[in-house]
Design a protein around this ligand. Structure first.
Ligand SMILES: *Cc1c(COP(=O)(O)O)cnc(C)c1O
Length: 442
């Protein structure tokens, strides 16, 4: 068990913990940051990312067939990179923060089908599992046309298998929608405070939704037990999944292509700064891993967490990773940023992020709503509260010594705030978010 003594020991080691416990917005710069070339061996590398990308390509005919919204992109699910110069000006006025360099938004709220970053990790893991089962059963080889995954034979084959996931929302949506489409028997385990519209949407698609008292970790634990009790059950484990991580990592290849198309250079003199909203750390960790493989030390990645649930921050600052939770430090995970409301980091992702993330900053909920409204007013882009957290990154970093310490000329930086979701939020709900932001976000 965790005691007051332990907390004091950690605080002596890392004085910044005092402010974290007091829920002050802070920036922590990672003392363990390694150069891309001195990264300790992990089980993953550039080849793993390329292989993951090939899986997406194999499934493109299936996705095109089952989800007409992906016709235009040939069954590839990818989001636009938008210049947000108007937002940058508006932020300068509102927060009197002068940001050098260009500002972009990676619009994962527009990812088709799931409307959030979970389309990357969640879909990937379900498709990977389906492929593995189909190959083992001799139903298909990797050279064949995967459109057959939408045939009645395949769907009735998958019916005997079950998939489970514990989720605060978006992961449940992505796993539920894709699993149900393939024919799996799928169950989503949610905490009771998960939004009603998400539960309804899933039930409409034939997904079993179970609700649990208590927080997200309890939903995960219960879901894991129930799922693996079935010999043909497969649990998507947000707290340790390597497949989710790999699914996210392929975003780096796509982003490289988009930057090339826009003739945006990324090199040591023209670095890329990326700001990623962080829950358990799988999505931001996977994307950071991918970006570091593609751009090396020319990319600098920062995570952002709510002051009430800085799970990855506390894991990295103490060095204890998934062995400690924010609750151990007296924090409650209460935030309107549902995608980020987790108490404990992913084990798999944290061990890698520990070496790759440049730093982590925290934000207060009212800021998220203010940004949501400001972005809607200036760019006509509508995000969910979690997804706006990256927007303050450039201002936060500008106030630190980071640029100076890394000999970076801030005028040459390209900033990308990763907008992680919002595409499926019902209009009424979004209007509520917008009004709240107009009123200061309190
Ligand atoms: C899940 C999620 C994140 C963070 O992803 P993790 O893998 O939990 O770190 C960020 N934003 C939104 C909207 C999400 O749904």
């Amino acid at each position: 068990m965790f005691s007051q003594n332990d907390i004091e020991t950690y605080q002596k080691q890392s004085p910044i913990l005092k402010k974290i416990i007091e829920k002050q917005p802070i920036l922590w710069l990672n003392p363990n940051l390694k150069s891309a070339s001195e990264l300790n061996a992990t089980s993953l590398n550039m080849q793993s990312i390329n292989e993951a990308e090939q899986l997406w390509q194999r499934f493109a005919p299936f996705l095109k067939k089952e989800f007409p919204e992906t016709l235009e992109t040939g069954g590839i699910i990818e989001s636009p990179l938008a210049n947000i110069a108007n937002m940058k000006d508006a932020m300068r006025e509102k927060y009197s923060s002068q940001i050098d360099g260009d500002s972009y938004l990676k619009c994962d709220n527009e990812l088709s089908i799931a409307g959030s970053i979970k389309a990357r990790g969640g879909f990937y893991e379900v498709l990977h599992h389906a492929e593995t089962l189909a190959i083992e059963a001799g139903l298909i080889t990797k050279d064949e046309n995967y459109e057959v995954f939408s045939s009645p034979e395949f769907k009735s084959f998958f019916q005997q298998y079950s998939i489970g996931v514990g989720s605060t929302g978006n992961l449940g949506l992505s796993i539920g929608i894709m699993s149900a489409k393939l024919g799996f028997t799928v169950s989503v385990y949610m905490s009771r405070d998960a939004k009603q519209w998400k539960k309804n949407l899933l039930r409409d698609k034939g997904v079993n939704v179970y609700e649990f008292e208590g927080d997200f970790s309890e939903a995960i634990t219960a879901g894991r037990e129930k799922t693996i009790a079935d010999p043909k059950g497969y649990f998507v484990d947000d707290e340790s999944s390597k497949h989710l991580f790999l699914g996210y990592s392929t975003a780096a290849l796509r982003l490289k292509k988009q930057l090339d198309e826009k003739d945006i250079k990324v090199n040591p003199e023209n670095p890329l700064f990326v700001y990623l909203p962080c829950g358990v750390g799988g999505a931001p960790g996977g994307i950071t891993f991918g970006l570091k493989q593609v751009f090396g030390d020319s990319v600098h990645c920062f995570f952002v967490e709510p002051v009430h649930s800085p799970a990855v921050l506390i894991g990295l600052v103490t060095g204890e990773m998934e062995k400690v939770s924010v609750q151990d430090f007296g924090l409650d995970t209460k935030t309107e940023a549902d995608g980020l409301a987790v108490g404990r980091p992913s084990q798999f992702a944290s061990s890698i992020s520990d070496q790759l993330v440049s730093g982590i900053y925290t934000v207060e909920d009212p800021t998220l709503f203010q940004l949501l409204t400001l972005l809607a007013d200036n760019e006509k882009i509508y995000l969910e509260p979690s997804a706006t957290a990256g927007l303050v990154g450039p201002g936060v970093i500008a106030q630190s010594d980071y640029m100076k310490d890394h000999s970076i000329n801030s005028a040459n930086v390209t900033h990308i705030a990763w907008a992680t979701g919002g595409g499926l939020v019902p209009e009424e709900e979004m209007e509520g978010f917008y009004r709240k932001g107009k009123n200061g976000g309190k």
